[in-house]
Ligand binder design. Structure first.
Ligand SMILES: Nc1nc2c(c(=O)[nH]1)N[C@H]1C(S)=C(S)[C@@H](COP(=O)(O)OP(=O)(O)OC[C@H]3O[C@@H](n4cnc5c(=O)[nH]c(N)nc54)[C@H](O)[C@@H]3O)O[C@H]1N2
Ligand SMILES: Nc1nc2c(c(=O)[nH]1)N[C@H]1C(S)=C(S)[C@@H](COP(=O)(O)OP(=O)(O)OC[C@H]3O[C@@H](n4cnc5c(=O)[nH]c(N)nc54)[C@H](O)[C@@H]3O)O[C@H]1N2
Ligand code: SF4
Ligand SMILES: [Mo]
Length: 751
């Protein structure tokens, strides 16, 4: 193919695949996986191939949008910032700072500017109301890691390239490409695992694409994973399989775990979760005796009622089977920048900050600094002091992704002011007074800071922007700084003002690094370090500073062969920093310097669960679970022909026995009703489902007024979250229970 070759990292999901592009006349004309990429090893999915189409989508916003006479209309950047200043200031003057809430969505990970910068805006807003997509996603894991290892993002991942045994619970990496686990090109990695006689076992209520590749798959009753895990733990203690000698000096709470596990009735937990006793026994033995093994749980285990207990038990099982921090087991990545577990004194940390703020209506605390998005609607609707009157959403679509989305949709209409950072006018941004459009993919630089913390090999890559934005375009980074300046009361800034903000942020970072007596940049002169960064303004400088003071950094001279942004950018396939290494106890940041295996609140809930029978659906009800699909990214990706075309995807998968009992027919419509709402979709009868369980993907049903999604709106399908209950939460983390939703399903007879 003619044209020049170039490289870019796909920012669409956590898998951050390395792409090889062909560029002609300042246009990308071909995208494929970069086979030399050290992370993704040539992998690309249809969403990566569609990056050009996603950028060129005629519905994608190319200017800021401002509400005029009730309708969103294109506007200039300066006008947009001026309106934000007026409206935001008015709300804050009238109702106080806490009347403004901030929601950060999943796509913020795909914009380095937002990923790095959202805390600046949060701080400038000075509000306690921070919501993120975590409370419909990973918060149980983050909370578990903060309690056990002393940091939310210190999360061991399966060392898939060396392991001999992998137990996957409630995750489907064949489709999702891994999450909180940078296991891109899962298919190849699985093939290699099998080639070295490794084994994959999957526990999922649906026979997923990953389950189909596994050596064994077992259906589990949705929402009952805690019983399966308690059963494993019981067998480990009962059969003397404990393997904690190597890390005994780094753990505390083992006695409490033993006291929890010993009295567990295997029969009872097996009956409750639906997995036979001999299977539980075999898996426990395999985990403890395999040369190396790991247990990994994801969305199916976190977005459920006992998500925290489940996430915690998974960690505990990895520890007691001797698989934590061992090659081939569960290992900690060492990210090249921005990771808390590479800063400060190794092996020890400060106590977790006390959270005093609670939501007004449901009295929910912030967890890991974040409030449950399940509480957002009621905080907007309920009169009184501290009521939310304005909302900033950044790269998120809570009106689709949060539980009881219809209620939230109505609540958003009551806001006095809403600002969205988004590329579309969709379910959420249609309520905005101002929308600031995101920078198109190839016009922004990209570094996957989040994913680096979950790497299966320490590799670092960085993509500079490929193309210049048109004259006058305001980058994600500058838009973020502008809104932060406005939020802090300083008003709309000129170029010098933005430069000063950026400098201040970097100066603060460098000062911290200079003061860190364990870091490579200890004692540096901050002014001269500032001068050694590139003088080109932008988030690149922040990343450069991060790499240089990070664990592999050049420390501005202290370690001359160390990393700098330029050095990384010159190796687009990646700079290889080596296989994961054991990191205990250095990785820990707990005040005790030990892994706390038995946090009191987790233990208490687990004990209580043993005394309550597992939840079973009422007569006639089925349990609804979610399902990700290759050509969607949560609620978006549906407005591009090449991703949206093909057969209808938002089907309700039903087991043949259930279909027969309920008179449901393949490809015929059915209604789904819960205590929250009612939707319709088409039935797909499949033996993949566990009897009694039905599955539907989320993020569909783009049928609201005043959106600019001309392809997506024609797609049939319904919004899963019109059915989910915002009151149904994992109480420990505030995460919505989006799986195991009791639902009535009935055929619809059209006349
Ligand atoms: N029922 C159910 N609900 C779920 C889930 C589930 O499994 N089942 N999953 C949950 C999970 S894991 C998550 S992470 C959340 C996600 O929840 P959200 O983050 O709230 O939802 P997304 O659909 O990811 O929204 C991404 C938004 O970012 C915009 N966007 C995309 N690219 C860009 C860009 O480059 N710049 C800007 N400025 N905007 C961009 C998109 O248009 C979209 O509006 O959903 C959760 N909700
Ligand atoms: N193609 C694609 N890739 C994506 C995304 C996408 O939308 N599309 N979204 C990205 C995001 S934001 C995330 S967080 C990740 C998520 O990554 P994954 O967690 O790997 O993705 P899911 O497909 O949601 O997998 C959840 C699994 O849990 C199962 N499950 C549901 N309820 C239960 C239960 O109670 N117990 C058990 N054991 N299993 C249960 C479901 O059947 C499903 O197979 O994917 C990311 N990657
Ligand atoms: S798996 Fe994710 S990162 Fe990789 S090409 Fe697909 S969307 Fe992009
Ligand atoms: Mo997610």
């Amino acid at each position: 193919m003619p044209g020049t070759k170039s490289h870019y990292i796909c920012p669409n999901c956590e898998a951050i695949c390395g792409l090889e592009l062909t560029v002609e006349d300042n246009k990308v004309i071909d995208i494929r996986g970069n086979k030399d990429d050290l992370i993704s090893l040539g992998h690309v999915c249809p969403k990566g191939v569609a990056l050009m189409e996603l950028n060129d989508d005629p519905d994608r916003l190319r200017t800021p949008m401002v509400r005029k006479n009730g309708r969103l209309a294109p506007a200039g950047w300066h006008e947009a910032f001026t309106i934000i200043d007026e409206k935001l200031s008015a709300v804050r003057q009238k109702h106080g700072k806490e009347a403004v809430a901030f929601y950060v969505g999943n796509a913020a990970l795909g914009s380095t500017a937002f990923d790095m910068g959202f805390p600046i805006l949060y701080e400038a807003l000075g509000t306690p109301y921070l919501f993120t997509a975590n409370s419909v996603d990973a918060l149980p894991k983050l909370l578990t890691c903060s309690k056990m290892y002393g940091d939310d993002y210190t999360n061991p991942v399966p060392d898939i390239d060396r392991t001999r045994y992998l137990l996957i619970i409630g995750a489907n990496p064949m489709i999702s490409n891994g999450s909180l686990w940078l296991a891109t090109n899962f298919r190849k990695r699985l093939r290699d695992l099998k080639a070295r006689n490794g084994k994959l076992v999957v526990i999922d209520p649906r026979r997923t694409e990953t389950a189909k590749m596994a050596d064994q798959h077992y259906h589990i009753r949705p929402g009952q994973d805690q019983y399966f895990l308690l059963g494993l733990l019981h067998v480990i203690f009962r059969d003397g399989l404990l393997q904690t000698d190597d890390i005994a000096s780094y753990v505390s709470g083992l006695d409490e775990i033993e006291a929890l596990a010993k009295p567990v009735s295997l029969q009872q937990v097996s009956d409750t979760c639906g997995i036979d006793m001999p299977v539980i026994e075999t898996i426990a033995h395999e985990l403890a005796t395999a040369e190396s093994a790991g247990v990994y749980g994801r969305v199916g285990t976190t977005t459920q009622k006992y998500g925290t207990v489940v996430s915690w038990l998974i960690e505990v099982i990895n520890i007691v089977t001797g698989n934590l921090d061992k090659p081939g087991g569960m290992m900690f990545a060492k990210a090249p920048a921005f990771a808390a577990n590479t800063r400060g004194k190794p092996g020890i940390g400060e106590p977790l900050p006390e959270t005093t703020f609670r939501t007004r209506v449901r009295n929910m605390p912030a967890v890991c600094g974040e409030l449950p998005v399940a509480c957002l609607a009621e905080e907007i609707e309920t009169p009184g002091d501290g009521r939310i009157r304005a909302l900033i959403t950044m790269c998120g679509n809570p009106a689709s992704s949060a539980p009881n989305s219809e209620r939230l949709d109505k609540a958003l209409a009551q806001l006095e002011f809403a600002l969205s950072f988004d590329i579309y006018i969709n379910e959420t941004s249609r309520h905005a007074d101002v929308i600031l459009p995101g920078t198109p993919t190839f016009e922004k630089c990209y570094y996957g800071a989040f994913s680096a913390q979950y790497a299966v090999r320490n590799v670092v890559r960085f993509s500079p922007a490929l193309f210049k934005s048109p004259e006058g375009w305001v980058s994600d980074w500058d838009a973020l700084l502008q809104v932060s300046a406005i939020a802090s009361g300083a008003g709309v800034q000129d170029e010098q003002g933005l430069q000063a903000m950026e400098d201040e942020m970097i100066r603060e970072m460098l000062s911290e690094a200079a003061a860190d007596e364990y870091g490579v940049a200890r004692g540096i002169d901050v002014d001269s370090a500032m001068r050694r960064l590139s003088d080109k303004r932008g988030v690149e400088r922040v990343i450069d500073a991060g790499f240089r003071v990070g664990p592999y950094g050049d420390g501005f001279g202290a370690n001359p062969d160390g990393l700098t942004l330029d050095r990384i950018a010159s190796q687009p396939d990646g700079v290889d920093l080596g296989a994961l290494q054991p990191r205990l106890p250095e990785v820990l940041r707990t005040p005790s310097g030990k892994i706390d295996m038995a946090p009191a609140t987790f233990l208490e809930q687990a004990r209580a669960l043993l005394h309550t029978p597992g939840q079973s659906p009422a007569r006639g009800e089925l349990l609804l679970i979610g399902r990700r699909q290759q050509r969607s990214i949560n609620s978006w990706g549906h407005n591009v022909d090449i991703l949206a075309k093909g057969s209808f995807r938002c089907t309700l998968q039903v087991h043949p026995e259930d279909a027969k009992r309920l008179s449901l027919e393949h490809r015929r419509p059915a209604s789904l009703s819960t205590s929250t709402g009612k939707v319709e979709t088409l039935v797909e009868i499949t033996e993949d489902m566990m009897p009694g369980v039905v599955s539907m993907p989320h993020g569909w049903g783009h049928n609201k007024e005043d959106m600019q999604l001309n392809i997506a709106r024609l797609q049939p399908g319904a919004n899963y979250n019109a059915l989910t209950d915002e009151m149904s939460l994992d109480t420990l983390s505030g995460t919505a229970a989006l799986n195991a939703v009791p639902v009535q399903v009935a055929p619809i007879q059209r006349v």
